[in-house]
Design a protein. Structure first.
Length: 262
């Protein structure tokens, strides 16, 4: 594995202020496969630039959209199961940061971010949230008996016909957004694969502990509820600091700089 030098990061940033250098060439193949190529040849520079810019915008917007959805869920459904899931997402992310420092593996050449790339933080978080949500839906979705797996907890008010399509959609979105990290030059394939597998494994273990231990314990002991909400408050405060850092990094990337992490 290639290792990140300990010197301070520097140098030019990404293509169009968002994507890493080389993203244009990588996306030519994508646009050609999708049918956007001209009949007499490959896509023009303008077409490829637009595609890269569009995918870069989607990529940079993902963490804000996912975080906003998580916050909205917490505010509208402040249940123990939701709180437990969100605490797990922060723990999952923190473990990924520790692994990055320990492995210290370099990102692809020309990547628009300077921190180590193994495992991919985006892949880790996206797989955790998508797999957790899909697994929970498979376990508790379907008020008319449509759950794929049996659960002792109260079923969600979701139609059985939505369970399988919902699970497939959640997993597909997670995979797509993870794929963007490779196509835009932020990570190598092994970095996103490792991140995705670790995040998915954490999600399934965390969900199992929540459904079999934490939620039943909280039902019988209010002290457990207080501890969980306290932990959620602390992790939310830590996440708020990260969100501010995200905004600063987006501004830096759009200005042609090189972000330190992501």
């Amino acid at each position: 594995a290639r290792h990140v030098p300990r010197a301070a990061p520097g140098g030019a940033g990404g293509f169009d202020g968002d994507a890493a250098p080389g993203a244009r060439e990588r996306l030519v193949a994508v646009s050609a496969d999708s049918g956007s190529a001209q009949p007499d040849g490959p896509p023009t520079v303008t077409q490829t630039s637009r595609l890269v810019s569009c995918l870069s915008y989607i990529n940079e917007s993902t963490k804000f959209l996912v975080s906003g959805a998580a916050l909205a869920t917490l505010l509208t459904k402040p249940e123990v199961a939701v709180v437990w899931c969100l605490i797990g997402s922060v723990v999952n992310s923190a473990c990924g940061k520790v692994l990055k420092k320990l492995l210290n593996e370099k990102r692809p050449d020309g990547a628009a971010k300077a921190d180590p790339g193994m495992p991919s933080s985006h892949a880790l978080s996206l797989s955790y949230l998508s797999v957790y949500a899909a697994s929970a839906l498979a376990s508790r979705g379907g008020v008319d008996g449509g759950a794929i797996f049996a659960s002792a907890l109260q079923p969600w008010p979701v139609s059985a016909t939505f369970v399988i399509p919902g699970c497939v959609s959640l997993i597909s979105l997670g995979v797509f957004f993870t794929w963007l990290r490779v196509k835009l030059g932020y990570h190598t394939k092994p970095q996103v694969v490792v991140g995705y597998v670790l995040g998915a494994a954490t999600a399934m273990v965390w969900l199992a502990i929540g459904e079999q231990v934490v939620v039943p314990a909280a039902t019988h002991d209010k002290n457990v509820v207080f501890v969980l909400y306290g932990a959620c408050f602390v992790t939310s405060a830590l996440f708020a600091k990260v969100a501010v850092k995200w905004v600063d990094e987006v501004k830096l990337l759009r200005g042609g700089g090189k972000a330190k992490s992501g």
